[in-house]
Design a protein around this ligand. Structure first.
Ligand SMILES: Nc1nc2c(ncn2[C@@H]2O[C@H](COP(=O)(O)OP(=O)(O)OP(=O)(O)O)[C@@H](O)[C@H]2O)c(=O)[nH]1
Ligand SMILES: [K+]
Ligand SMILES: [Mg+2]
Length: 367
């Protein structure tokens, strides 16, 4: 039996198994096996092929990368054309776009790389069409925009999500709060800082066994699930924010729009009519969670047009310096900071100081 057949078989078994206390162990084990077969399938498919593949080897540039992912003909290329200076072919037939086409969105002094990608369909992650290359590129993005045709059923959303999930992408989720420390001996030792009603010791032990892990300290620091433990053991998961872009709103009635507006993380647009494209860019900007830091050379005013752009998770004075030039830290003495993160104006700070949006920084070098 091929890996793809085994996957289908296990998926079917999971689907027909009732979820309750009595089946928890069995389901945990099935999910661990599923993760392993999926990994094997991916590894065998990518073996021998180097890089992302022809037409997909686009290098990262700018301050962040955003990918347009969706079914064929939902309007991804039309969006790229309207949001950037780049042109990508648009047509009414499916699979018009065959490679990855990069454009740039300029916003608040930041440069955001926007990638138009070929359409994907159900089964993409298992090798249908160019799906695998598309999803591999999506995995390198700081934000994924799932583009949906507003006139089509919402099940499209679930199919695309499943394709991305099957490839190890986790949308709008944070990494599970689980620490696994492998050991040479001593067996599996489980510690909990909170109760985990959906994950018993027995299930943890079974899953570890499936991974041939006999000894480890496992700390569960949230009410985790078997899926989350498997994600941690598999590694190689990408936690990426996702904006749902509902396109072709020009073809919807007000009634339709009223119902849809309740979904979270959505932008409602018409690429064709250029409706709400600025709203979409604002959502992209918010979800990328970037900070703009202005440099201030000694004696002159800061340059407000060319901020240094940093992700909020990595925004110390040291990160700021490294972003400007790798060599700066060797000459770094201290920095002066103006703005929200400073206790008073021109606060003297060290390399670990955490910056905030629109702070102004002056680097003082060693003599
Ligand atoms: N009514 C309407 N049609 C749109 C809109 N945006 C795009 N279209 C049409 O939808 C069709 C497909 O658009 P594309 O931009 O080629 O779609 P795509 O997602 O890039 O398609 P593939 O590259 O084949 O995956 C074209 O006929 C567009 O004119 C929109 O906002 N409203
Ligand atoms: K098309
Ligand atoms: Mg296209």
């Amino acid at each position: 039996m091929s890996a793809a057949q085994k996957i289908a078989e296990i998926e079917a078994e999971i689907a027909r198994t009732q979820k309750n206390k009595a089946t928890e162990n069995h389901l945990g084990l099935l999910k661990a096996k599923l993760a392993r077969f999926r990994r094997e399938l991916l590894e065998s498919a990518t073996k021998g092929s180097k890089g992302a593949g022809e037409g997909f080897d686009v290098s990262k540039s700018g301050d962040a990368r955003v990918g347009l992912v969706g079914f064929p003909s939902v309007g991804k290329s039309t969006l790229l054309n309207k949001l950037t200076e780049t042109y990508s072919e648009v047509a009414a037939y499916e699979f018009t776009t065959l490679t990855c086409i990069p454009g740039v969105i300029q916003h608040l002094g930041a440069r955001i790389q926007l990638l138009d990608l070929p359409g994907i369909i159900e089964g993409a992650k298992d090798g249908k069409g160019r799906g695998k290359q598309v999803i591999a590129v999506a995995k390198t993005c700081n934000l994924i925009c799932i583009v949906l045709d507003g006139t089509r059923p919402l099940t499209d959303k679930l199919i695309i999500e499943r394709e991305l999930e099957g490839f190890g992408i986790r949308l709008n989720k944070t990494p599970p709060d689980i620490i696994v420390r492998k050991k040479d001996k001593g067996g599996i030792f489980i510690t909990r800082t909170v109760p985990t009603p959906r994950l018993s010791d027995e299930t943890v032990n079974l899953i570890c066994k499936e991974y041939r892990m006999n000894s480890a300290d496992i700390t569960l620091r949230a009410p985790c699930t078997a899926d989350e433990l498997i994600d941690v053991l598999e590694g190689n998961r990408a936690y990426i924010p996702c904006l749902y872009v509902i396109n072709k709103c020009d073809e919807l009635s007000l009634e339709d729009l009223n119902i849809m507006n309740r979904l979270p993380n959505c932008a409602y647009v018409s690429a064709d009519k250029e409706w709400n494209l600025s709203g979409m860019i604002e959502r992209i900007w918010d979800m990328l969670d970037l900070l703009r830091i202005y440099t201030k050379p000694k004696g002159i005013a800061p340059d407000y047009d060319a901020p240094v752009v940093l992700p909020r998770r990595k925004c110390t004075v040291e990160d700021f310096c490294n972003r400007i030039h790798r060599g700066i830290m060797s000459e770094f003495k201290y920095a002066l900071v103006w703005g929200m993160s400073a206790k008073h104006y021109a606060q003297k700070v060290g390399r670990e100081h955490v910056l905030m949006d629109e702070d102004i920084v002056q680097i003082i070098k060693k003599l």
